[in-house]
Design a protein. Sequence first.
Length: 267
Amino acid sequence: MGEILLGMGYYEAVEIKYPFHLHDFDPSSYVAGIRGLVEDFRPEVTMHIPTNLDIGHVNTLIRSEIIDEIKRAIEFAAQLKATVLPIHPGTIGMMDIPSEGSSVEKRHLIETSEIRKSKARSLTVEALMELSDLIATYSPMMKLAVENVLLPSEVVYTASQLDGILQAVGRPNVGALFDSGHAYRNGIRPDDFVRALLSDIIHVHINDNDGTCDLHLSIGKGMIDFRSLFKALKEKGYCGIIVVETSFQRFEELIEDSRKIDLFWNS
Protein backbone atom coordinates (compact mmCIF):
# COMPACT_ATOMS: atom_id res chain seq x y z
CA MET A 1 0.00 0.00 0.00
CA GLY A 2 2.91 2.34 0.73
CA GLU A 3 4.23 1.84 -2.77
CA ILE A 4 0.96 3.15 -4.19
CA LEU A 5 -0.20 5.79 -1.71
CA LEU A 6 3.23 7.29 -0.99
CA GLY A 7 5.33 6.03 -3.88
CA MET A 8 2.89 7.27 -6.51
CA GLY A 9 2.41 10.62 -4.80
CA TYR A 10 -1.19 10.42 -3.62
CA TYR A 11 0.05 11.31 -0.13
CA GLU A 12 3.19 12.99 1.17
CA ALA A 13 2.73 12.48 4.92
CA VAL A 14 1.59 9.83 7.38
CA GLU A 15 -0.05 10.25 10.77
CA ILE A 16 0.81 7.46 13.15
CA LYS A 17 -0.34 6.40 16.59
CA TYR A 18 1.80 5.88 19.67
CA PRO A 19 1.68 2.07 19.78
CA PHE A 20 3.06 1.14 23.20
CA HIS A 21 1.49 -0.05 26.47
CA LEU A 22 -1.80 -1.12 24.88
CA HIS A 23 -3.49 -4.15 26.40
CA ASP A 24 -2.99 -7.36 24.40
CA PHE A 25 -1.16 -5.60 21.55
CA ASP A 26 2.36 -6.33 20.31
CA PRO A 27 3.70 -3.09 18.79
CA SER A 28 6.74 -4.64 17.11
CA SER A 29 5.23 -5.17 13.65
CA TYR A 30 3.56 -1.73 13.69
CA VAL A 31 6.80 0.02 14.64
CA ALA A 32 8.75 -1.94 12.01
CA GLY A 33 6.15 -1.04 9.38
CA ILE A 34 6.27 2.67 10.21
CA ARG A 35 10.06 2.73 10.22
CA GLY A 36 10.01 0.95 6.87
CA LEU A 37 7.64 3.53 5.35
CA VAL A 38 9.78 6.38 6.63
CA GLU A 39 12.99 4.82 5.31
CA ASP A 40 11.56 3.89 1.91
CA PHE A 41 9.41 6.92 1.07
CA ARG A 42 10.55 9.76 3.38
CA PRO A 43 7.07 11.10 4.17
CA GLU A 44 6.53 13.86 6.69
CA VAL A 45 5.47 12.19 9.94
CA THR A 46 2.88 13.37 12.44
CA MET A 47 1.90 11.40 15.54
CA HIS A 48 -1.38 11.56 17.43
CA ILE A 49 -0.98 11.63 21.20
CA PRO A 50 -3.23 8.80 22.53
CA THR A 51 -6.75 10.09 23.03
CA ASN A 52 -7.22 8.02 26.19
CA LEU A 53 -4.60 10.13 27.97
CA ASP A 54 -6.76 12.84 29.55
CA ILE A 55 -4.64 15.92 30.24
CA GLY A 56 -7.54 17.39 32.23
CA HIS A 57 -7.65 14.53 34.76
CA VAL A 58 -8.14 15.76 38.33
CA ASN A 59 -6.61 12.79 40.15
CA THR A 60 -3.02 13.86 40.78
CA LEU A 61 -1.50 10.37 40.76
CA ILE A 62 -3.28 9.38 37.55
CA ARG A 63 -2.49 12.75 36.01
CA SER A 64 1.22 12.33 36.75
CA GLU A 65 1.23 8.95 34.98
CA ILE A 66 -0.66 10.43 32.03
CA ILE A 67 1.86 13.25 31.58
CA ASP A 68 4.77 10.81 31.89
CA GLU A 69 3.26 8.57 29.20
CA ILE A 70 2.76 11.55 26.89
CA LYS A 71 6.41 12.45 27.44
CA ARG A 72 7.40 8.93 26.37
CA ALA A 73 5.17 9.33 23.32
CA ILE A 74 6.89 12.61 22.44
CA GLU A 75 10.30 10.93 22.72
CA PHE A 76 9.13 8.20 20.30
CA ALA A 77 7.77 10.85 17.91
CA ALA A 78 11.09 12.70 18.03
CA GLN A 79 12.91 9.53 16.97
CA LEU A 80 10.82 9.58 13.79
CA LYS A 81 11.32 13.35 13.35
CA ALA A 82 7.58 13.98 13.68
CA THR A 83 6.59 17.58 13.06
CA VAL A 84 3.04 17.78 14.43
CA LEU A 85 1.61 16.06 17.50
CA PRO A 86 -2.21 16.17 17.58
CA ILE A 87 -3.56 16.17 21.12
CA HIS A 88 -7.05 16.23 22.60
CA PRO A 89 -7.82 18.78 25.33
CA GLY A 90 -8.96 17.59 28.73
CA THR A 91 -12.44 16.20 29.15
CA ILE A 92 -15.10 15.91 31.82
CA GLY A 93 -16.66 12.89 30.12
CA MET A 94 -20.38 12.62 29.56
CA MET A 95 -22.90 14.14 31.96
CA ASP A 96 -26.53 13.06 31.77
CA ILE A 97 -28.16 16.50 31.61
CA PRO A 98 -31.78 16.54 30.35
CA SER A 99 -32.30 18.48 27.12
CA GLU A 100 -35.66 19.89 28.19
CA GLY A 101 -37.10 21.52 31.29
CA SER A 102 -35.68 23.98 33.83
CA SER A 103 -35.79 22.11 37.12
CA VAL A 104 -33.58 22.90 40.08
CA GLU A 105 -31.83 19.56 39.53
CA LYS A 106 -31.07 20.42 35.89
CA ARG A 107 -29.64 23.81 36.83
CA HIS A 108 -27.47 22.11 39.45
CA LEU A 109 -26.16 19.62 36.87
CA ILE A 110 -25.33 22.45 34.46
CA GLU A 111 -23.53 24.40 37.19
CA THR A 112 -21.59 21.26 38.15
CA SER A 113 -20.56 20.63 34.55
CA GLU A 114 -19.32 24.20 34.18
CA ILE A 115 -17.21 23.87 37.33
CA ARG A 116 -15.72 20.65 35.97
CA LYS A 117 -15.08 22.26 32.58
CA SER A 118 -13.31 25.18 34.19
CA LYS A 119 -11.00 22.84 36.11
CA ALA A 120 -10.34 20.69 33.04
CA ARG A 121 -9.53 23.81 30.99
CA SER A 122 -7.07 24.99 33.63
CA LEU A 123 -5.36 21.60 33.79
CA THR A 124 -5.29 21.42 29.99
CA VAL A 125 -3.48 24.74 29.76
CA GLU A 126 -1.05 23.67 32.48
CA ALA A 127 -0.26 20.40 30.69
CA LEU A 128 0.14 22.03 27.28
CA MET A 129 2.64 24.53 28.71
CA GLU A 130 4.71 21.74 30.26
CA LEU A 131 4.63 19.65 27.07
CA SER A 132 5.41 22.72 24.96
CA ASP A 133 8.62 23.23 26.91
CA LEU A 134 9.53 19.57 26.42
CA ILE A 135 9.05 19.41 22.65
CA ALA A 136 11.11 22.58 22.26
CA THR A 137 14.09 20.59 23.58
CA TYR A 138 13.68 18.03 20.80
CA SER A 139 13.11 20.16 17.72
CA PRO A 140 12.14 23.72 16.77
CA MET A 141 9.97 22.14 14.05
CA MET A 142 7.82 20.03 16.39
CA LYS A 143 4.44 21.44 17.42
CA LEU A 144 1.44 20.42 19.50
CA ALA A 145 -1.88 20.71 17.66
CA VAL A 146 -4.89 21.01 19.99
CA GLU A 147 -8.00 19.45 18.45
CA ASN A 148 -11.62 20.57 18.54
CA VAL A 149 -13.51 17.67 20.06
CA LEU A 150 -17.02 16.40 19.97
CA LEU A 151 -19.86 17.44 22.23
CA PRO A 152 -21.19 20.37 24.30
CA SER A 153 -20.32 18.43 27.45
CA GLU A 154 -16.66 18.59 26.40
CA VAL A 155 -14.16 21.34 27.19
CA VAL A 156 -13.35 22.40 23.62
CA TYR A 157 -15.93 22.01 20.88
CA THR A 158 -16.40 25.57 19.55
CA ALA A 159 -13.93 27.88 17.85
CA SER A 160 -14.03 30.36 20.73
CA GLN A 161 -13.26 27.63 23.27
CA LEU A 162 -10.29 26.44 21.22
CA ASP A 163 -9.10 30.04 20.88
CA GLY A 164 -9.40 30.47 24.64
CA ILE A 165 -7.19 27.46 25.38
CA LEU A 166 -4.53 28.52 22.85
CA GLN A 167 -4.49 32.13 24.02
CA ALA A 168 -4.02 30.98 27.61
CA VAL A 169 -1.13 28.72 26.59
CA GLY A 170 0.45 31.45 24.47
CA ARG A 171 3.26 29.34 23.00
CA PRO A 172 4.44 29.50 19.35
CA ASN A 173 4.80 25.69 19.19
CA VAL A 174 1.17 25.08 20.20
CA GLY A 175 -1.59 25.70 17.65
CA ALA A 176 -5.02 24.58 16.48
CA LEU A 177 -6.00 21.30 14.89
CA PHE A 178 -9.28 21.52 12.98
CA ASP A 179 -11.31 18.31 12.58
CA SER A 180 -14.14 18.60 10.04
CA GLY A 181 -16.17 15.66 11.34
CA HIS A 182 -16.07 16.87 14.94
CA ALA A 183 -17.34 20.30 13.94
CA TYR A 184 -20.20 18.91 11.86
CA ARG A 185 -21.19 16.45 14.61
CA ASN A 186 -21.69 19.49 16.85
CA GLY A 187 -24.01 21.11 14.34
CA ILE A 188 -21.37 23.64 13.23
CA ARG A 189 -20.68 24.14 9.54
CA PRO A 190 -16.96 23.33 9.14
CA ASP A 191 -16.32 26.42 7.00
CA ASP A 192 -18.03 28.59 9.64
CA PHE A 193 -15.81 27.05 12.33
CA VAL A 194 -12.66 27.80 10.32
CA ARG A 195 -13.71 31.40 9.72
CA ALA A 196 -14.63 31.93 13.38
CA LEU A 197 -11.30 30.58 14.65
CA LEU A 198 -8.86 33.39 15.43
CA SER A 199 -5.87 31.15 16.17
CA ASP A 200 -3.53 29.75 13.55
CA ILE A 201 -4.56 26.36 12.19
CA ILE A 202 -1.43 24.20 12.04
CA HIS A 203 -3.04 20.83 11.24
CA VAL A 204 -6.25 19.53 9.65
CA HIS A 205 -8.15 16.23 9.95
CA ILE A 206 -10.58 15.58 7.12
CA ASN A 207 -13.47 13.13 7.38
CA ASP A 208 -17.11 13.27 6.41
CA ASN A 209 -20.07 13.09 8.77
CA ASP A 210 -23.88 13.03 8.72
CA GLY A 211 -24.34 14.63 12.14
CA THR A 212 -25.28 11.48 14.07
CA CYS A 213 -21.92 10.56 15.66
CA ASP A 214 -18.17 10.60 14.99
CA LEU A 215 -18.32 8.36 11.91
CA HIS A 216 -14.99 9.12 10.14
CA LEU A 217 -16.58 8.68 6.72
CA SER A 218 -14.77 9.06 3.42
CA ILE A 219 -15.35 12.33 1.56
CA GLY A 220 -18.79 12.37 -0.06
CA LYS A 221 -20.35 9.71 2.18
CA GLY A 222 -21.72 12.31 4.61
CA MET A 223 -23.15 15.80 4.38
CA ILE A 224 -20.16 18.14 4.74
CA ASP A 225 -19.74 20.81 2.07
CA PHE A 226 -16.04 20.31 1.40
CA ARG A 227 -15.91 22.84 -1.40
CA SER A 228 -16.89 25.59 1.07
CA LEU A 229 -14.59 24.17 3.73
CA PHE A 230 -11.51 24.21 1.52
CA LYS A 231 -12.38 27.71 0.36
CA ALA A 232 -12.40 28.82 4.00
CA LEU A 233 -9.06 27.10 4.67
CA LYS A 234 -7.51 28.81 1.64
CA GLU A 235 -8.89 32.18 2.77
CA LYS A 236 -7.21 31.61 6.13
CA GLY A 237 -3.93 30.91 4.32
CA TYR A 238 -3.66 27.30 5.47
CA CYS A 239 -0.73 25.48 3.85
CA GLY A 240 -0.10 22.58 6.23
CA ILE A 241 -0.85 18.88 6.13
CA ILE A 242 -4.36 17.61 5.41
CA VAL A 243 -4.79 14.22 7.08
CA VAL A 244 -7.49 11.92 5.72
CA GLU A 245 -8.75 10.43 8.99
CA THR A 246 -11.33 7.89 7.83
CA SER A 247 -12.43 4.37 8.69
CA PHE A 248 -11.65 3.11 5.20
CA GLN A 249 -12.17 -0.49 4.13
CA ARG A 250 -10.02 -0.51 0.97
CA PHE A 251 -6.94 1.56 0.14
CA GLU A 252 -8.66 2.60 -3.11
CA GLU A 253 -10.92 4.77 -0.95
CA LEU A 254 -7.83 6.71 0.17
CA ILE A 255 -6.87 7.28 -3.46
CA GLU A 256 -10.35 8.61 -4.17
CA ASP A 257 -10.20 10.89 -1.12
CA SER A 258 -6.85 12.24 -2.31
CA ARG A 259 -8.31 13.03 -5.72
CA LYS A 260 -11.34 14.73 -4.20
CA ILE A 261 -9.14 16.90 -1.98
CA ASP A 262 -7.14 18.00 -5.03
CA LEU A 263 -10.39 18.75 -6.86
CA PHE A 264 -11.95 20.80 -4.06
CA TRP A 265 -8.71 22.58 -3.20
CA ASN A 266 -8.03 23.64 -6.77
CA SER A 267 -11.60 24.50 -7.77
